[in-house]
Write a protein that binds this ligand. Sequence first.
Ligand SMILES: Cc1ncc(COP(=O)(O)O)c(C=O)c1O
Length: 344
Amino acid sequence: MDKKVDWKVDRKAPSPLPRLAYLDGRVVPYREASFGLLTHALNYGTGLFAGLRGYWNAEEDQLFVFRPEDHFRRFCESARLLRMELGVTPADLTAGLLELLRAEGYRENCYIRPLAFYGDESIGVRLHGLTPVVGMAAVRFGSYLGKEDGVHVAVSSWTRVSDNVIPARGKFAGSYVNSALAKTDAVLAGFDEALLLNDHGHVCEGSVENVFMLRHGVVVTPPVTDDVLEGFTRATVIQLLREDMGHTVVERSIDRTELYLADEVFLTGTGAEISPVTRADHRAIGDGRIGPIAAELRARYMETVSGRVARHRAWCRPVYAVTREREPMASGVAAVSERSVGST
Ligand SMILES: Cc1ncc(COP(=O)(O)O)c(C=O)c1O
C-alpha cells in the first residue's frame, strides 16, 4: 500500500464559496441558486441531501468521486419518503455532478452537496401539492473532524430520531436539528463528537457517522434497523474488513457499556472517513490509542477512495476523461502510467 497518502488536511483551510452550482439540470453561477425567505424547505425542513467526496489522485492527474450512483440511489429513496417526484435518476444526477465538477475544474479533494427540497414560497406544513428543486454545489474540503490522532466522544443526552418520528434512513434536512443539538452540546462540553442512543437505549450513531466497535475479536456495528443512516462508508468498511482484511463483522445492537469496554471504536462517514475513537465519556477505549484494526482500515480506505486499489476501482468514478487504458499492477494497485485530460 502506498504510505504517501496524506489525510491530515488542514481543517482550517479556507473553503470559499463555489463559482458554480447545478440547478434542475443546468450548471449556473452559484449566486443564481438563491431562494426566498418563504421557501418551504427553509421553513419546515422539507428537504433532503447527500454528501459525496471527490479525491484528487496526483499520480493519475485525476479526480475520483466515490460511489456516486449509490449516494444518488439513497438520495432518490429519501425523496420517495418525502413524496417527492424528482423526475431524475441516479444516473442523471451522476452525470450532472460530473458536469459540475468539470466546469469547476477542481484538481484537489472536494466535497459535493446535492440537495432536493420543496422550493415553493408558500405557508403550510405538508408534503403534498409542492414542487421540488434539485441542486448541487461542490467545495474544496479537507478533514471533517480534524482529529487524526483519535476522537473523544460523548454519549449524548439527546435521543436519535426513530423510524416513526423522522426516519433516520432518510437524509432529511429537518432531522439534522437532532444531530446539531447533540454535536454542539458535545463540543461545548469539551468533546469532539456526540454518539446518540436510540429510543431503546442502544448505541446508534454519531451526529454524522456510523459507529463500529471491536470486542472479543469481533467487529460489531448496529444493524440498519436500529435507527441509523444506511451509510455507504459503513457498507464499504464492512466489505473491506471482511474481504480485504479477513475480519468477522456482525451487525447487532450495541449497549452503551459495551462501548466503554471495547478494544477499538471507530466512526465512519463520507465526511469523517475513518475516525478512530480513543475515549468515550472520559474512559479510554482499549489502551487509549488508535487500535491496529482502525489504523489499517483507515489506510486501506484512503487508498480505496482515491482509486489506488484495483479491485475496488469500480467504486471510483473519474471526473476527467482518461486518454489511455489503465493497467492494474501486480500489487493490486492501479497503474498510473496514463494521463487524464482536463475536461470533456
Ligand atoms: C447521521 C449520519 N449517519 C451516518 C452517516 C454516514 O453516511 P455515509 O457513509 O453514507 O456518508 C452520515 C453521513 O452524512 C450521517 O449524516
